[in-house]
Design a protein around this ligand. Sequence first.
Ligand code: NIG
Ligand code: FE
Length: 410
Amino acid sequence: MPRLANIGCLATCANPVGQDDIGLIRDAALVWRDGTVRWTGPAAALPAEYEAEPARDAGGGLVIPGLVDAHTHLAFGGWRAGEFSDRIRGRGYLEIAAAGGGIASTVRATRALDEEALLARAHEFLSGMVSLGITTVEAKSGYGLDLETELRLLRVYRRLGEMGPARVVATCLAAHVVPPEWSADRAGYVRLVTERILPAVAEDGLAEFCDVFVEDSAFSADEARQICERGCELGLRPKLHVDQLSGGGGAELAASLGAVSADHLEYVSEAGIEALAAAGVVAVTLPLATLYLNQAPPPARALIDGGVAVAVASDFNPGTAPSWHLPFAMTLACTRQRMTPAEVLKGATRYAARAVGREGELGSLEPGAAADFTIIDAPDVEHWLYHLRPNACVAAAIGGETLHGIRRKA
Ligand code: NIG
Ligand code: FE
C-alpha cells in the first residue's frame, strides 16, 4: 500500500458542502491501494499498519486532488489568431461570426483533418495540461457539426481517454451553432441532431453529456429544450452554454432541464441564480473566455452567497479561450470573480468533478476516491494562486501512478 509522506499541506476537498472548505491538513500523509485512496490525515496519526509501506516524498509541498478541467473544446483544427487581433482593433465576436469567421471557420478547419491528425493535436494539448497538474478533462465536440465529423471528434476523445495521459469525459456539442449549409433550414439541423447525431453518439457510448450553446446567434430556448429532452431520453445528461453574450433566462432554462451544469453565466440574473440553487446545478465559470472577450466577470459572489456551487474551468478553444492554463484561470477567478483561493480550488476539483458527474470519485482525496493527486511547489493554496508562475506543478498522479508529462500509455 503506497503512501505519500512529507506533505506540508494537504487539501482533501472531502466536504461536499462549503465552497471554501477544502479540508486542510498540515504535515499530512496519504495512503492508497490499487489506485484508490485508503487514508488521509496528519502524518503523526498514521496508523501503524501503514508505517512500513513504501513512501514517496512530497518534498514538504502542497498536495491537492488532481485538477479537473470541467469545460474544454479540446479537439479542433487550425487557430484564429487573426480574429484575436481583429477584436483588439474593435471588431465584435458576433460581427466576425456573421462574416463567416468564428466557430464556422474552426468547423471548416476541423472537417479537413482526419482522426489521426485530430488525435495528435489533442494529445499534445492534453499532455501540456497534465504537466500543470490537471488529471481529468471534460472535452466537447462541436467543431464538426455533421454526423461524420462529430463522431470523429468523439472517437478522438475515447482514444485519448484510453491512451492517457489524463482521464477524459466526453460531451456532444453538436448544437454549438447551426452550420452554414443548414442556415436556411434550422429545424432541419435540429432534426439532424436529435434524430441522427445524438442517437449515434449514444449507441456507441461516445459521450456522457450533451451540450447546447443557447444564444441569439446559436440556439433558442425552445430548440435547446428539444435537443436536451432527446439527449435525456438517450441517457445523455445536459450541460449548457448559457447567458454568455446576453442574458436570456439561460440559467433558468438549464435548471428546468435538470442540467448538471450551466456554463459561462456572465449575464445570469438574480432569478437565474435562485433557479440554479434550487435545482442543484453547478455554475461553471470560465475566466479565460471572460478575459479574452474583455467582459465583466460572472457574479461569482452572488452565486456562492445564493447557494450555488461554483466551478472554475478553462473553456480551452481556438476562439474565446485559446489557452489551457487552468491555474491561470484560477488566479483570474480570484482577482476578477472575487473568489478566495480556497473557493477557487474547490471549484477546480470537487465542484468541477460534480459538473462532470464524478463527485466522490474524482476531485477529492478521501477513502474510496481515486488516488489522483497533484504536488504543487507552494506552502499553501493561497501562496500558490497568488504567486502565479508558468508552472508550479511538481508532479501529478492518476490512480497513484505518477505521470511523466507526455508519456503515452502502451
Ligand atoms: O465556450 N460559447 C460558445 N462556444 C465557445 C467559443 C467557441 C469559439 O469561439 O470557437 C465558448 O466560448
Ligand atoms: Fe465553451
